[in-house]
Design a protein. Sequence first.
Lengths: 263, 315
Amino acid sequence: MNGNAVQAIARKDLKVVIRNKTVSIPLIVMPVVILVGLPVATALMPKIGDMGDMQSLMGPLQALLAGYDEAQGPVVYLLAFMVVPFYLLMSVTVSIAGASDSFAGEKERKTLEALLYTPTTDGELLLGKLLSAWLPSLGIAWGGFLLYIVTANLAAWPVMGRLWFPTTMWLVLALWVAPAVTGLGVVAMVLISSRARTFQAAYSLGAMVIVPILLLGVLPLSGVMAFSAWVLALLGLLFWAIDAVLLWLGWHSFRRTKLALEM
Amino acid sequence: MNSEIAFVTDGLTRHFGDVVAVDHLTLEVRAGEVFGFLGHNGAGKTTTVRMLNGVLAPTSGTAQVLGLAPTEQGPALRRRTGVLTETPSLDERLTGRENLEIYATLYGVPRREIAARVGELMELFQLDDRADEKAADYSKGMKQRLALARALIHRPQLLFLDEPTSGLDPVATRLVHDMITHLSHDEDRTVFLCTHNLDEAQKLCDRVAVLEHGKLVALGTPEELASKIGRSQRLEFQVASADEETVLRLLAEAPGVSAHREDGTIVAAGAEWEAIPGLVASLASSGVRIYRVAPQEASLEEAYFALQSEKEEMS
């Protein structure tokens, strides 16, 4: 494995994505909107809303909120639990947007052919593309997490009066689940992108990855499943397992000779 | 040129569904020669280059390129070949310098040599004053020169050039022609030149092959191909103006010959090489004052079009 070649592919793609404002700006704006906008809305909500409905929504989470008083419970519910599906969705959306461009974008820009003529192996080519999509996704997920530590604590300060975030559940989410879920988006999308002719076609197919994530996000709201550190740890394990299977399939099926047929 | 073989193909074939893009191509290209690969759009030139570099697998047949099997030893082979693709295939959001630096790494140029090599090529292709501008801001000719520089970044032993002078102005075209000649004659590198430009092929190539719907229809030096359509298909006569009518009449009487006036001379077409002395003698014996008779060698272009029409007639 030629590490320099893998790095060169990743570096090239990162530069291209960063300089493509139509891709890079949404990648930055979306996390900011979610991870700043939701805490701000939460901070305002108890003053303007009727909290009666909130208590019924919190029902399945009562055990997890046992250590908090009546004023703190809804805030913790909103900031620690309600945001989880949004954070997962944000992570996977970012990874899908980046990875959709990997091969399909190169086909569209007619830059793929020169890359195929390089002495990289098929594995190096695939790994370079995976890293170039995964690293920025992970960077945004972790950068978003750091931002959220600040905004969640600030938003909850009037009620909590102390630094309470990140919770154990969020540490598991950010450090264990987010890398896995972005990895899932990246591996799936890079493989889809290698078969799609255009970025748009690849991105549309990405919905197939987003839907299961959305379902996982909706389930706890319906009370079927409550997110907790353990549940997230298991969820992360499931995502890592899916990543491993997809990676194995991709590694054994990815051939530049197949890509060349799409040029 | 030396006696070693740069690459050899044996019955190389590629199907795309029912379409046969390359049809049993058997070819031998010698190391150090400039080999022209001629053919219309869709004749199979690009598919051939892809197969020779292990980017596309053949449906059947084999190839040995620089002693390696492209399909099985692609990475090792591509380290020694350079390809200029039909479109420049540049990352337009990167600068010219970044394009070359990244590909230098991908082609395994040692890290400590990259800056110097990139600078050298930028200067050679007269891009040094725009090296740090985005490739998107380059003109078509500059992009083509940058793509050519990229193909040469690792000093490849075998260079595949697909329409290298497309979009270039005459000065840049001359630069590329001189570079091809230099690479072949002074550095003993092999150049496989895919081109529509028959004048370019005639000027640069030691040998040419003509591909028609994936099949090899002609192979030889440009002179050999031209001679195949008849070495003196055209004869140019300069005679006294008072004798022009007589010449036109007598030439028209000769079997297979047609004649017409062209730029102050009389041009006869269709005369066999062996019949020329007799033709001239009969004109002289008829009292025609002949000042000059010049057989016009057929060009590669004429040979190419003769081959095309021959094919059309056969089909």
